[in-house]
Every structure is written in structure tokens, then in C-alpha cells.
Write a protein of this length. Structure first.
Length: 405
């Protein structure tokens, strides 16, 4: 062994993706080069124990591997059209044409450093990306990223297709390759069971309201913030308005977004940037009384003030305060989970309760299309996650067996 290799060197990085190293009981250096096209390392012996010569062999071997790789011009690379999609999405969100949450999800699918589309397809020629490539990518996700849900995989799929649609619009490709959707498992949405689904004595929704009032009466404090009647009113408001208890819906409603209407008596709510975008929603009559109490609570309100926790300008903070208080409510009431399904309850269960109540308490007469539109969802979602998991009431059974008048 020469003096130059007498140092105890086990591996030396020549440059990115190229390394030389020693293995036990061998005098010669080994060379390892990353082949990005085949997504694997190419390894062979340098045939020498000289460090200087091994470096030269490594450089030559790397050059040979890179030379065999097909270099893609930027105008045809997947990365070019992925970045264009991001830019387009940001513009659409700014103009109110796209929901910001959707755009962020799309960007996450593209830019995720661990498994994102850029990492997998960024350097590829969009003219050569095909169905097989996408299947191999999804198989990789299944084998290495099992924590990804079916809905997440379908978001990745939609983003992948949208990138290629940009390329198609610019005339680079003629068609978008077929992409198989991931099968989704429909889990029933956890809601607070109510009469007449269960007996009045077991009515869980009533227990939610009673526990909220109990926290107020006991002067409960959660992380230095007392629980007030605002929590009780918020529970009723969500249940009778169908809004999502999230930053972009419930916690973004200002007084200027609320109109009290008659015939029927209701609130007309303007949801400016909800989960599914802009919508105007009608509440149930009970929400009017709740809103009147809110107005009495804040007599000096301005149209720009938020209707819940207006003292907190940061609406994420306002949402977290309510979530913490509601978590304590669930614990105190012993209603953290639905005993029938085992699904955990959250504040979002109030919205699920609102939709289920309309289906059941209307005795089968509610128009599902109107309910879906009002709640900012789809008929498909209501049928998959709500209606099909509810038992038929006696009135709904009679409706099913009717022969007309």
C-alpha cells in the first residue's frame, strides 16, 4: 500500500453523487456514482490502490454515466410547467378564482422535498412522461410513504395532471396520459347523536350544550382565558348555520357579512373565502336569536368587527382558543368519542351534526341539493359521508312506501 493511501480514509466525496471508498480486506478503492436516470448507484472497482488514480477513475466513470443521460431542454422539462402551474394558482387565488387552501395543497404536492412531483419528475421531458411513470411513482409512495391517505394521493394525481394540462395548452404535448385514481375509503363523519336517533335521555348534542353552560357557571379557565357564553353561542351558531369552524369560514365572519332576513326568519351569511370558495349561506331560524345575543354582547361593534372573539385580530389565535375550550368540554362531558363508531369528536362534529339534523328532522323532505349548496359541499359528499350512514326514520320509511296522493 502506498503512503498516499496509508491514511485511514473509508470514503471520500469527489463531488455530489460521486464517492470513492474502501472496503475491509481490499487494497483497491471502489467508485460509487449516482445514476439519476435509473435512480440507483453504479458501483465498480477503480482497479488501483492509489488515491490519485482512483479519483481520476471516479471522474471518468461519472462522466460516462452523465454522458449517457439524456439532457432535457428547459422548455420541455416537467419542472418548467410545474412552476407555471404554481404561478397560475397564486394568481387565481389573488383574484378570488381559486381557494387559497387548494393552491397551497397543490404547491405542497409539487415542492415537497421528500416525495414531491419535482423530485420525481422535475428533470424529465414532459413529452415522454406516461402512465407507467405515474404508476411507478404511486407504487413508490405506497411502499415508502404509507402515511399518505387516499385523498392526499388523489390530490397528487390532480396536481400531476394539471401540470401536464399546462404543457398541453402550450402545444408541447397532445394529450394528458391516463392516471389511475386511488380508491378512497369513506369513513362516516363523527357527529353528536340527537333525538330522535337516540332517546331524549341519551341525547349527546344536548349534553354538549349543557356542559358548555356548566363550564361557564363553574368559571372554568383554559390557559388563562375564562370560558364565557360565547362558547355556548358558537356551538348553537355552527349547528344552525352549517359553516365550517375554521379560520376561513366561521372565524372570518364579520358583522357586515350577516343580514337578518324574514320569510323565513334566518341569517344570510356571506362566506368570502371558504373551503370551497365564495358562497352565500342561509341559516336556520335559531341562529337569528344567537346573533341577536352577540350584538347585545358587543353594543359598540362596527361592521368590520368579527362576530366571535373580535378582540383577537389574529383569527388563528381565536380559533385555537375555542378549540382548546371545546376539548375541555368534551373531556368534562365524557363525550370525546362516538360510542357507536369509536370516532373521535372535535369541534368540527358540530357541522356534521348540523347536516345530519337537517336530513333526519326534515323527515326526508329536505332538498339535498339545496342543503349541499348551502353548506358549501356537494350532493355526493352528503350522500357518501352523511345520508348513507343514517338510519331511516319512521317518516322516511313511510315516504319510501308512499304511492302519491
Amino acid at each position: 500500500m502506498t503512503d498516499e493511501t496509508s491514511a485511514e480514509l473509508k470514503s471520500i466525496k469527489i463531488y455530489r453523487g460521486v464517492t470513492i471508498y474502501r472496503v475491509p480486506h481490499s487494497q483497491n478503492w471502489m467508485v460509487r456514482v449516482w445514476d439519476s436516470e435509473r435512480k440507483k448507484y453504479v458501483t465498480k472497482t477503480s482497479g488501483t490502490d492509489s488515491l490519485i488514480q482512483a479519483r481520476e477513475v471516479a471522474k471518468y466513470m461519472a462522466f460516462t454515466v452523465l454522458k449517457n443521460e439524456k439532457q432535457v431542454e428547459p422548455e420541455y422539462s416537467f419542472k418548467t410547467y410545474a412552476l407555471k402551474l404554481i404561478k397560475q394558482g397564486e394568481h387565481q387565488a389573488k383574484m378570488g378564482e381559486r381557494n387559497l387552501g387548494y393552491v397551497k395543497s397543490m404547491m405542497w404536492c409539487i415542492q415537497n422535498a421528500d416525495w414531491g412531483l419535482l423530485k420525481q419528475f422535475g428533470s424529465k421531458d414532459v413529452r415522454e412522461v406516461n402512465t407507467r411513470n405515474f404508476r411507478e411513482y404511486m407504487n413508490y409512495l405506497d411502499n415508502h410513504k404509507k402515511v399518505l391517505s387516499s385523498s392526499t394521493k388523489n390530490t397528487i394525481l390532480a396536481t400531476f395532471r394539471n401540470v401536464l394540462k399546462i404543457a398541453r395548452e402550450e402545444g408541447v404535448i397532445d394529450t394528458v396520459p391516463d392516471t389511475p385514481r386511488s380508491r378512497q375509503k369513506d369513513n362516516p363523519r363523527p357527529f353528536f347523536r340527537f333525538y330522535p336517533l337516540i332517546s331524549k335521555d341519551e341525547d349527546v348534542y344536548e349534553k354538549v350544550k349543557l356542559t358548555a353552560q356548566k363550564l361557564v357557571d363553574e368559571k372554568t379557565v383554559v390557559r388563562g382565558i375564562p370560558v364565557t357564553n360565547e362558547l355556548y353561542d358558537l356551538i348553537l351558531f355552527v349547528t344552525h348555520s352549517f359553516v365550517r369552524p375554521i379560520t376561513s369560514e366561521l372565524y372570518s365572519i364579520r358583522h357586515q357579512d350577516v343580514t337578518v332576513a324574514k320569510d323565513p326568519r334566518r341569517l344570510i351569511l356571506t362566506i368570502r373565502d371558504g373551503k370551497t370558495g365564495y358562497r352565500v349561506s342561509n341559516s336556520m331560524e335559531a341562529a337569528v336569536t344567537v346573533y341577536q345575543r352577540i350584538c347585545e354582547r358587543f353594543p359598540d361593534r362596527s361592521p368590520e368587527d368579527y362576530i366571535f372573539l373580535p378582540q383577537y385580530k389574529n383569527r388563528v389565535t381565536a380559533g385555537k382558543i375555542i378549540q382548546r375550550q371545546f376539548k375541555i368540554l368534551l373531556e368534562k362531558g365524557g363525550i370525546e368519542a362516538d360510542p357507536y363508531t369509536g370516532n373521535k369528536h372535535t369541534i368540527y362534529s358540530l357541522r356534521h351534526t348540523a347536516i345530519c339534523m337537517r336530513i333526519i328532522k326534515s323527515e326526508g323532505q329536505v332538498n339535498i341539493f339545496n342543503l349541499a349548496k348551502n353548506a358549501g359541499t356537494s350532493v355526493d359528499q352528503i350522500e357518501r359521508f352523511y345520508a348513507r350512514n343514517l338510519p331511516l326514520s319512521a317518516e322516511m320509511a313511510r315516504n319510501l312506501q308512499s304511492f302519491g296522493e
